[in-house]
Design a binder for this molecule. Structure first.
Ligand SMILES: C[S@@+](CC[C@H](N)C(=O)[O-])C[C@H]1O[C@@H](n2cnc3c(N)ncnc32)[C@H](O)[C@@H]1O
Length: 241
């Protein structure tokens, strides 16, 4: 199942990750976000996070999103919140380094690490887009234990344990300065949101076997092992002291 398909089925979710606006604001506080910052949001989806942070802190920002429909939704949200003078949305490839503005002080990668080829390359990409004092927020799934049965581990080849993540973060010249962890209830709500997206699509076209198979598979994965072995958190990365 290609990821663009999966992301399309999340497009009704304001935040396409198992977290909440309150937790996003907590991560921003932990990163010391202020009106002096310029935030780059890699794979910004519907723009919910960037708009929230800009409204709460007064920061400026650029969101980059590859799916035209999501980028259009993000632009519309920015316009509706009256943030156009401070926040821009670009429809394009967030892995490209050219054309980025100067002065990016905070970089976000929330649920978009796979666009860079996995967590290690996403942390490298965050580092590459920031000066030495820049801060980053990485939001991703992690294995809750090292003892994941191999038949499950194969399904999420990119997933790492938090200990492995710590090593990756340090190797890329960051210090880990905060963790904002989602609860199981928040993960349940996120999964149910994706199921609702699948059900809406099936209500429009009951013969869409791709979506029907996908819904059956993600429910089986989640109840079979995802809920037990996979967590989600935002990691605040800062300059080492
Ligand atoms: C799981 S969603 C998260 C969206 C957003 N960060 C949020 O928290 O709501 C991942 C997003 O990354 C986008 N994406 C994937 N690959 C991308 C790329 N190479 N460049 C820009 N966006 C990309 C997807 O279209 C999708 O909207």
């Amino acid at each position: 199942m290609h990821e663009a398909f999966a992301w399309r089925l999340q497009s009704d979710l304001a935040i396409m990750n198992p977290t909440t606006p309150e937790r996003v604001l907590a991560a921003a506080r932990a990163a010391g976000l202020s009106a002096d910052d310029f935030v780059l949001d890699l794979g910004c989806g519907n723009g919910t996070v960037l708009a929230l942070l800009a409204a709460a802190s007064g920061c400026r920002g650029l969101g980059i999103e590859s799916r035209p429909a999501a980028a259009a939704a993000a632009r519309e949200l920015v316009r509706a919140r009256g943030l156009e003078d401070r926040v821009a949305i670009r429809c394009g490839d967030a892995t490209a380094l050219d054309g980025l503005p100067d002065g990016i002080s905070v970089a976000l990668c929330l649920g978009s690490a796979s666009a860079f080829g996995g967590i290690e390359d996403a942390v490298g990409a965050l580092r590459d887009r920031l000066g030495p004092d820049g801060r980053a927020i990485l939001g991703e799934r992690y294995w809750r234990t090292e003892r994941v049965p191999p038949e499950f581990a194969r399904d999420f080849a990119d997933c790492v344990t938090e200990y492995e993540l710590l090593t990756i973060v340090r190797e890329h010249g960051f210090a880990l300065t905060g963790i904002i962890r989602s609860t199981e209830a928040e993960f349940d709500a996120y999964e149910a949101g994706i199921w609702a997206g699948c059900r809406s699509a099936l209500a429009r076209d009951p013969d869409d076997l791709e979506i029907r198979t996908y819904l059956e598979r993600i429910q089986a994965e989640y109840l079979g092992y995802g809920r037990e072995y996979v967590g989600w958190a935002m990691y605040v990365l800062s300059a080492p002291v």
